[in-house]
Design a protein around this ligand. Structure first.
Ligand code: PAF
Length: 283
């Protein structure tokens, strides 16, 4: 596996791959790779010829009081994992390489409609930062496809929308969340949790599942279900940030007409904030 730090060197390698008729897939990450990320690499590997994984802890998507400095950085272990998954190229740019004119001067991408609620409301500027770096990575790599985890479902929809709105010719693949045995969604931020908190944190998925089950059994009192679910979270020592039953395509509050449902939740536990979601189709 090659490692490239410079945009121009990466482009050179990609030109060669393309001239050999290879299809190219990009897996953007912020590193600290876990099994969830490796699933993205495997799915990309199965379908495309040349796989680029980027590791870039993007300062633009962290708020002022967020965990940018504390975000886990485990480059050597990440490299080893990527090698064993037969990733072709690691793109490892510096902040200067991506934001050469400084963060303040960076042209940015806004994705209206999907970014105002949920994580967008709790983390102002977050999705603008994500959309900007992802668009930039798309322009650098010009992949045929890109892979994202569905744990960050709102992020997935934002990226799918920006790809469509900007007429980018890139297939966006969303890959199902990888979970620990307890049901806890894999996330780099789980590293901040003690063993006891990890067990508590699994309560978020249990709560989403029980809420989904009630809807599938015919309960459509969505607001009552949301209130009950938030109480359930509090009982499990998880402080809800949001929990909402919504239309899985638009993220608008679900109505009795909605068939494709997503329940999105975020909770605080200790100093950490964890998110998860569940999606299903009603007949
Ligand atoms: O999901 C992530 O790890 C990040 O938000 C992404 C998509 C790599 C952009 O920095």
């Amino acid at each position: 596996m090659q490692t490239q730090k410079k945009i121009k060197d990466l482009r050179q390698i990609l030109r060669t791959a393309r001239s050999q008729g290879k299809s190219i897939a990009l897996v953007p990450t912020m590193g600290n790779l876990h099994e969830g990320h490796l699933q993205l690499i495997r799915q990309a590997r199965d379908r495309y010829d040349f796989i680029v994984c980027s590791i870039f802890v993007n300062p633009l998507q962290f708020g002022e009081n967020e965990d940018l400095d504390a975000y886990p950085r485990t480059l050597e272990a990440d490299r080893e994992s990527l090698r064993s998954e037969n990733c072709d190229c690691l793109f490892l740019p510096t902040i200067k390489e991506i934001y050469g004119n400084g963060l303040e001067q960076q042209t940015s991408i806004q994705v209206p409609g999907l970014t105002e609620k949920f994580c967008g409301n709790s983390r102002p500027g977050h999705f603008e930062g994500v959309a900007t770096v992802v668009t930039k990575l798309f322009n650098i790599v010009q992949p045929d496809a890109a892979f994202f985890g569905l744990k960050d479902y709102q992020q997935f929809l934002v990226i799918r929308k920006l790809t469509k709105d900007l007429a980018l010719d890139i297939a966006i693949h969303g890959i199902e969340t990888h979970r620990e045995k307890s049901g806890l969604a894999m996330s780099s931020r789980n590293n901040y949790l003690s063993q006891e908190q990890r067990e508590q944190a699994a309560g978020l998925y249990r709560c989403l599942q029980s809420c989904a089950k009630k809807i599938e059994q015919g309960n459509i009192e969505f607001q009552q279900l949301e209130q009950a679910a938030k109480k359930e979270l509090q009982k499990a020592s998880l402080e809800p940030d949001y929990l909402q039953i919504c239309d899985a395509d638009t993220l608008q509050a679900a109505s009795t007409e909605t068939r494709h449902i997503a329940i999105l939740g975020a909770v605080f536990i200790g100093k950490s904030r964890l998110i998860d979601n569940i999606r299903f189709q009603l007949s």
